[in-house]
Design a protein around this ligand. Structure first.
Ligand code: ZN
Length: 486
């Protein structure tokens, strides 16, 4: 679109009571589009392809809700607004957006770095807790990308998918990355059994299965991991054999549907750390049948709790990262680090060991930044949400592994309004708000109206610049740290 057209457009929309997001103005196939801000956010469209969109006509223009159907039309018209695959040779980063409003801030936070952002990334658990679908999250990212004028490409990750049905829902929505969570098929309890019991269980496996694994792995040297002891191999087969078969099945299903998406294998939600020899056998078995993931997420030592820094032995983690990175290089994929929100002490090591050819996932930290904005802009509202979160905490804890101690959180009656944002520097207060998001957003009164959801969204809309700045600072700190030289 040339400057003159853009000026005319902006004037027309201003007379109608809308402000144009300047970075969004774009045209293709003789069709002009821009995101505009009035009492709510809309897409303004005029020109040849306006018929692809649904909206209200006004002054020769179509004003469209940023809904899923209009997102489809937008993605067809401007392909950069559709999810794409992660590049193989650079850092990619998942930036979960539970609220559907973070993409402009996320786009701003990644602009200065060589990183491919996965703006849409949600697990089924998160979708259930927020009442959204994969189509919703892709639509929110598409409109966010368009509003920000971010044209370098972005990803969409159906995160921690456990069933074929979930994979289908993510693929149908246009997700270009599937993260398969095999945890339901991993027998993690094997790690806690005595050798004798392991031997007994192993003996119960079909003979051809045992022969298969023994012929492939016993009494020989393997790349990176060397020899695998007999009893270790038995444990690996018992723990991971079913997960490997399940990964093959899911991958075959994805290929049957046309493939062309990134396939991440997540084995991080287990009770024990992933040993390099376990990682090796899993990857080797997949490679044997031509399944090459684009990334693998092992379970690393220490605690990767939600929304706070790493707790654990950084020297041991470093050793594990080096071993798993060697395997990732051997098999030709990226290591993926989950629960990466706020792991500032880990990022420099992770960045340098992987040479930033890796994947990093964050999610809840962007919700926390949204709540930090609430604490800054409407202390009274924040106090109400906080009080509710304290009540709801035990229920939320069922979904998340955290070590939060509520009595370490200051009593809010002791804090002045101006001190409330400081709560977001305290681990326990962060986790309190972090894990209660679903309950906060869904709480309804006797009349069936949302208690917090609508007022919160109204506040974020009113203060969207503040949220963009908060994300730019906070996600920017993550990236600065990953790109730090150690
Ligand atoms: Zn994970």
């Amino acid at each position: 679109m040339n400057n003159q057209d853009a000026g005319i457009w902006t004037d027309v929309l201003r007379r109608m009571g809308y402000t144009v997001y300047p970075a969004s103005m774009d045209s293709a196939e003789e069709t002009f589009c821009a995101m505009v801000r009035g009492s709510r956010k809309l897409l303004a469209v005029s020109g040849k392809r306006a018929g692809d969109f649904a909206g209200e006509r006004a002054d020769g223009m179509l004003l469209c809700s940023p809904n899923r159907e209009n997102a489809d039309a937008l993605m067809r018209l401007f392909p950069y607004t559709a999810p794409a695959r992660c590049p193989k040779d650079s850092l990619s980063m998942g930036l979960g957006d539970r609220l559907g409003i973070a993409t402009p801030g996320h786009a701003s936070s990644v602009a200065a770095y060589d990183v491919f952002p996965v703006f849409a990334q949600q697990s089924v658990r998160e979708l259930n807790l927020t009442g959204r679908t994969f189509k919703d999250i892709v639509a929110a990212a598409a409109f966010g990308v368009f509003e920000a004028g971010y044209k370098k490409g972005y990803g969409a990750d159906g995160d921690h998918l456990k069933t074929i049905g979930e994979i289908d829902a993510a693929l149908d929505a246009g997700c270009a990355m599937i993260t398969l969570d095999c945890s339901n098929h991993i027998h993690a309890d094997i790690a806690h059994l005595e050798d004798a019991e392991v031997e007994r269980l192993y003996g119960n496996l079909p003979e051809d299965l045992r022969t298969y694994y023994e012929s492939r792995y016993s009494q020989r040297e393997h790349p990176v991991v060397g020899k695998i002891e007999r009893n270790v191999l038995r444990r690996i087969v018992l723990t991971f054999h079913e997960a490997v078969e399940y990964a093959k099945t899911c991958h075959a299903h994805i290929m049957q549907r046309g493939g062309g998406v990134d396939f991440e294998l997540s084995i991080d939600e287990t009770s024990a750390w992933t040993l390099p020899c376990e990682h090796y056998v899993i990857a080797n078995e997949l490679e044997q049948v031509g399944v090459r993931p684009t990334s693998v997420a092992p379970h690393f030592c220490g605690e990767f709790e939600k929304g706070i820094d790493y707790r654990g032995d950084l020297a041991e983690l470093t050793r594990q990262l080096i071993a798993h990175q060697q395997l990732a290089e051997h098999f030709g994929y990226k290591l993926s680090l989950h629960s990466g929100s706020d792991k500032f002490s880990v990022f420099p090591v992770f960045g340098s060991i992987t040479k930033r050819r890796a994947h990093l996932k964050t999610a809840g930290t962007s919700w926390l930044e949204a709540m930090r904005v609430v604490a800054q802009k409407d202390p009274a509202l924040y106090r109400r949400v906080h009080a509710y979160a304290l009540e709801a905490f035990d229920k939320a804890r069922e979904y998340y592994h955290v070590t939060t101690e509520l009595d370490r959180i200051p009593d809010l009656s002791d804090l002045a309004d101006g001190e409330l944002p400081l709560l977001f520097q305290m681990d326990d207060a962060r986790q309190l708000i972090h894990i209660t998001y679903g309950l906060i957003l869904n709480e309804k009164n006797e009349k069936g109206d949302y208690v917090f959801r609508d007022v919160l969204y109204a506040l974020w809309y009113e203060n969207e610049e503040s949220y963009i700045h908060a994300l730019r600072d906070h996600i920017g700190r993550h990236l600065q740290s990953v790109f730090a030289e150690v």
